[in-house]
Design a protein around this ligand. Structure first.
Ligand code: C2E
Ligand code: MG
Ligand code: MG
Length: 726
């Protein structure tokens, strides 16, 4: 075999020398020189593509267990997909029997994997027949590892190793584009940690970083695939959930995430507790491109955080206007106090064994001149976002003390204290001042504090507790059973009472409920350390009986009384040993939500606007249809693409009671929603706009005999969405 080299040949010709060719000896030397260079090797294959020769150094880089010589070249050196789509196959190159250059290939598996660039030239024998290939291989493993590392770094968050914001946006974009063509759904969850900033501020940034890493680990455990989770920055995370539109499943996932992230953390020797809120948007229903979907998930997250934190929330179109409403309320709240629009109502708290009233909780009401009475669960979170809560809270404290001083006997007053007020160093002074100004005995004032103040056990919290206890006031732990529910701090914090949240109480009367055992444990523990227990939100006689049996010392709930205005409370309190007889429904039913809302009933291509009066997960009370036979099946349209098949179970004049075929699920906001919705794709396929909405204002589409007909909707969309069930 003679080797020819273009450059040398040219030089030789210029020099007028003989033809540029090297002999066998030179070739051997030449090969030896090439093989001496690190990372370079020579190879040759036979006419059948089997390896005939491979330099020793290259051989040594291949897994020892493989018999290389005699094996097909394309089995040992495999083409791989480098992600750039340039994965030209070695097999193909060999089959063409022509020269190939720098083909990227790899050998071995796992830790033994190496990458190479392979070049080769087809060889012929003296008779001109194809005789295999020979060529050069150069190893590129190190370069490739560095490049991989660089691209990993460019795609990932250096702190947690999760995807970074840019990569998540890219991945979501890719997924949405691909799924659009295939009409597949895809959900995204935005997660924001509650009170993370306080950990960072009290324990320092390195603890904050360590905590974020633990959060990332917990999220990975739940989701299973770290490459679908992203840290957007700060304490915000995003998860991609392809092919899921079922809101029951997504709500359950969000609840798992919240529960897992709310478990205590051990960070650099400190124990801390944070929470999480989750916003969920699902493509194509809530947005069909990245910007729209993420903006809507963000609105849902915002709503979740302001609905009390530690919650999830699905996007719904009303959130688009809610942001505007909030801005208006915030503006008005600034003046509400000065204009005398805030008022305290008092809800009696009753001794469980005797029905005797022992005190009351002060609950704020806002009498808005245009909007009427606004619930504190709506405006307290707004006040908490600014410094307004401290001002409003101080007003509540002073007012409650002044009102309670006129109550007879030793009736106590409980006042809610926001974590912002509690962390203010001036707070014990404000309490002392309110007591002095009113002349109320300190032991008649109870401050209700939520678990939010315990996020990091620091000296500050302890000192604040000591200062308050030194004033002689009582302390109650409010809303126990929501969010963190850690028994740990009950050992150290000087509480006089635990208030068991109504969400915990709900469900106790159902057979086999776990909550019952948990309440028994809380009560036993509270008794052992000399604390009282109040069960909140008791509405039914069966709940009351159960809680009495479990040994709670106090009860608060509509079964005794709602919160009543100050004058009414003072008047009622005038009776000696004021007692209230419990009255309410016998048993807890499937939770019903009362309302007045226009929805649609679709039956045989006809659409009837009807009024929804109450709803539970399994059925509803509907008003506005007459003479409907029992057993009639029709489709209920709740708006925003939500359809459910219902059967008439009761008929009472204009009202019908219906049972749903599939149970509704929690919307994360105390409401209910259908698991699935009609996809905008189905609407488009039915010739309707993607944001088609049947509302009483948009109907009638074609009035017929006083009935409203929307054939396209019912026959195409309705039937498709509920295929097989109607
Ligand atoms: P909270 O401190 O847990 O107060 C108990 C809430 O449960 C009150 O809601 C009360 O009306 C309601 N409730 C009591 N019994 C029942 C029942 O049987 N069934 C049902 N469904 N609900 C019952 P409200 O008045 O809407 O207050 C909501 C929250 O707003 C309070 O929860 C508290 O966290 C906050 N809040 C109210 N007033 C103040 C205040 O002056 N300052 C601060 N910082 N927060 C306040
Ligand atoms: Mg309270
Ligand atoms: Mg409470």
């Amino acid at each position: 075999m003679a080797w020819n080299f273009g450059r040398t040949e040219k030089k030789g010709r210029e020099a007028g020398e003989a033809a540029n060719a090297i002999g066998a000896e030179d070739a051997r030397n030449f090969c030896r020189a090439v093989e001496g260079i690190d990372g370079l090797g020579l190879w040759a294959s036979d006419a059948e593509g089997r390896i005939r020769y491979l330099s020793d150094k290259a051989l040594a880089r291949l897994p020892a267990a493989i018999a290389v010589i005699g094996s097909p070249l394309a089995d040992i050196f495999q083409t791989f997909d480098d992600g750039a789509g340039s994965g030209r196959s070695l097999r193909f190159a060999l089959s063409r029997r022509s020269r190939f250059e720098k083909l990227a290939v790899c050998t071995g598996e796992g830790a033994q994997r190496r990458w190479w660039l392979l070049s080769g030239e087809a060889q012929t024998d003296e008779g001109g027949r194809f005789d295999g290939f020979c060529g050069l291989c150069s190893e590129i493993t190190d370069e490739r590892r560095i490049a991989e590392e660089n691209s990993r770094e460019a795609m990932h968050d250096p702190l947690t190793g999760l995807l970074n914001r840019r990569e998540m946006a890219r991945m979501l974009d890719r997924t949405l584009r691909a799924y659009k063509a295939q009409e597949r759904p895809c959900a995204t969850l935005l997660i924001d940690l509650d009170r993370f900033k306080q950990v960072n501020d009290t324990l320092g940034h390195s603890s904050g970083d360590a905590l974020l890493r633990q959060v990332a680990e917990r999220l990975t455990t739940i989701v299973g695939d770290a490459e679908r989770i992203c840290r957007l920055g700060g304490d915000e995370f995003q998860i991609l959930v392809p092919d899921v539109e079922d809101r029951g499943d997504l709500g359950a996932l969000a609840e798992r995430i919240i529960a897992m992230l709310s478990q205590p953390y051990s960070v650099e020797g400190n124990r801390c507790i944070i929470g999480a809120s989750v916003g969920i948007a699902i493509a194509p229903f809530d947005g069909r491109d990245v910007d729209e979907l993420v903006r809507n998930a963000d609105l849902a997250l915002y709503a979740a955080k302001h609905g009390g934190r530690g919650r999830f929330r699905f996007f719904s179109r009303e959130l688009l206007t809610a942001a505007e409403d909030r801005r208006m309320l915030e503006e008005h709240l600034h003046d509400a106090l000065a204009k005398g629009e805030l008022e305290l109502h008092y809800q009696p708290i009753v001794a469980a064994g005797t029905d005797v009233v022992t005190g009351a909780e002060a609950l704020m009401r806002w009498n808005h001149p245009q909007k009427g009475v606004i619930s504190p669960s709506q405006f307290i979170p707004i006040a908490e976002e600014s410094t307004m809560i401290c001002q409003i809270g101080e007003w509540a404290l002073r007012t409650a003390c002044r009102d309670a001083v006129d109550w007879p006997g030793d009736l106590r007053v409980a006042v809610n204290v926001s974590p912002h007020q509690f962390t203010d160093p001036g707070f014990p002074g404000i309490v002392a001042n309110a007591l002095a100004a009113s002349g109320l005995a300190p032991e008649r004032l109870e401050l209700e504090i939520t678990e939010g103040v315990f996020l990091a056990e620091g000296a500050d919290t302890d000192a604040r507790f000591r200062a308050l206890k030194a004033l002689g006031v009582r302390l109650a732990l409010d809303d126990f059973g929501t969010g963190y529910s850690s028994l740990g701090y009950l050992r150290t914090a000087p509480f006089d009472k635990i208030k068991i949240d109504q969400s915990f109480v709900r469900g106790t009367a159902e057979a086999g409920a776990r909550n019952e055992a948990l309440i028994a444990a809380i009560v036993a523990m509270a008794k052992a350390i000399g604390m009282e227990t109040t069960a909140e939100g008791i509405e039914t006689l069966d709940q009351l009986a159960m809680l009495r049996e479990l040994g709670v010392s106090h009860i608060q709930g509509f079964i005794y009384s709602q919160a009543i205005p100050a004058e009414a409370f003072l008047m009622a309190a005038g009776q000696p040993h004021w007692g209230i007889a419990p009255s309410g429904p016998a048993r807890q039913r499937d939770e019903r939500i009362s309302m007045f809302r226009w929805i649609g009933a679709i039956h045989e291509d006809h659409y009837y606007p009807v009024v929804l009066r109450n709803i539970s997960s399994t059925g509803a009370l509907i008003e506005g249809v007459e003479d409907v036979p029992l057993g009639t099946r029709f489709v209920v349209y709740f708006g925003e693409g939500q359809l459910e098949v219902a059967t008439v179970r009761r008929a009472m004049g204009e009202q019908i009671g219906v049972a749903f075929e599939k149970s509704l699920v929690s919307d994360g906001n105390g409401g209910l929603c259908t698991r699935t919705r009609i996809s905008p794709y189905d609407l488009i396929n039915a010739g309707l706009p993607a944001d088609f909405e049947v509302t009483t204002t948009r109907t009638p589409i074609a009035p017929r005999d006083g009935r409203i007909s929307i054939p396209a909707f019912t026959s195409t969309v309705g039937r498709k969405a509920i295929q097989g069930t109607l």
